[in-house]
Design a protein around this ligand. Sequence first.
Ligand code: ATP
Ligand code: MG
Length: 412
Amino acid sequence: MRQSRLFTRTKKTAPKDEVSKNAELLIRAGFVHKEMAGVYDYLPLGLRTLNKIIGIIREEMNGLGAEELLMSSLQRPDVWKATDRWDSEKVDVWFKTTLQSGSELGLALTHEDPLTDLMRSFVSSYRDLPFSVYQFQTKFRNEMRAKSGIMRGREFIMKDLYSFARTEAELDAFYEEAALAYERIFARVGLGEETYKTFASGGIFSKYSHEFQTLCEAGEDIIYVDEEKRIAINEEVFTDEVLQELGLDKEKLVQKKAVEVGNIFKLGTRFSEPLSLTYKDEQGKDQMVIMGSYGIGPGRVMGAIVETHADDNGLVWPEAVAPFRVHLLSLGADEKATEIYEALEKAGIEVLYDDREASAGEKFADADLLGIPYRVVIGKRSQESGHAEVKKRTESAAQEVALESLVSYFQS
Ligand code: ATP
Ligand code: MG
């Protein structure tokens, strides 16, 4: 990609009403555009990163054997009435809309209710179970405070996975596999170090649910972390009784701010019962389907990466989610740089080529702001020395790499 062709431009400042660090940097770097509080557009660079995060999550979901589908955003009230969740007093983040006929519809805030209803068309026998499905789908939530940038949108994409099982043991087995997949996801996107599997409140069916909490100053949650054991508990279940049960020592727990990047929840029959999702067992007797739900917000993950990795000069992307791997800067050596650009592209290395007519200072500042993992500078000197200057975004020292070995440098 030639940077001269990008329609987005970097900015010195973000909108005055923007208070979150992630949105401020992402707007300045041209990754997102702010429509209004809690509503953001993903621009080409931002979409590349979002899609990389989605790609990693999708691989791990497929690894669990889950099937991908895509459900509608417009939802029927009757399924929500059946589960007693239509009332805005009970669910306070609803966006609702009205048909021309006057009847009401809901805008998807999650999908347990309609999905459970949908599965009545497909589940009848014990032979149909167990299975799981997931989607990347736009949710609408009328969030009270939307001050955390893309970490708390009023419109956002969620990956939601749902499991359907015959027995509690089947649910438990899937739940443990899902927890491991979540750990792999957060490690792969570059949040492994700062993300803790966290005990949180459960429901009627299980005492606890688990959240995946990323330590971060901008987080809205308070958790207590045992750094040695690498587990944490949410303040909502922080009691002496729970500590004892989990074998945690109060003295060793550190209070931290964190953002919930994912959660996993044993639903049991919370939805299958009111919506009559049953199957016939081997004796031909009706049994309730046992469900679980598992969410991740790819946008929130992206925001959390910004919050935890960015430095004073701008964004810093882990390689797996960076919009490009290499940022190639031509400093008055366009002919040589273009040659290298074409060679890197041909070798399948994702490269953003700064071919703009701009000063070195401007190009360096933009490279830092965009946060692409490797910066390669080809200047007038390179032509004489036959070397390019390669610098990692996370390091201050640069390295000289021979022009003819640049491709193999990035291939290895
Ligand atoms: P929170 O307590 O932060 O509001 P939640 O409990 O409402 O989160 P879930 O309903 O479980 O979240 O949603 C599943 C996942 O979707 C969350 O773990 C988070 O990653 C993401 N998510 C939830 N709300 C938002 C939002 N407003 N904007 C972006 N991502 C979100
Ligand atoms: Mg919420």
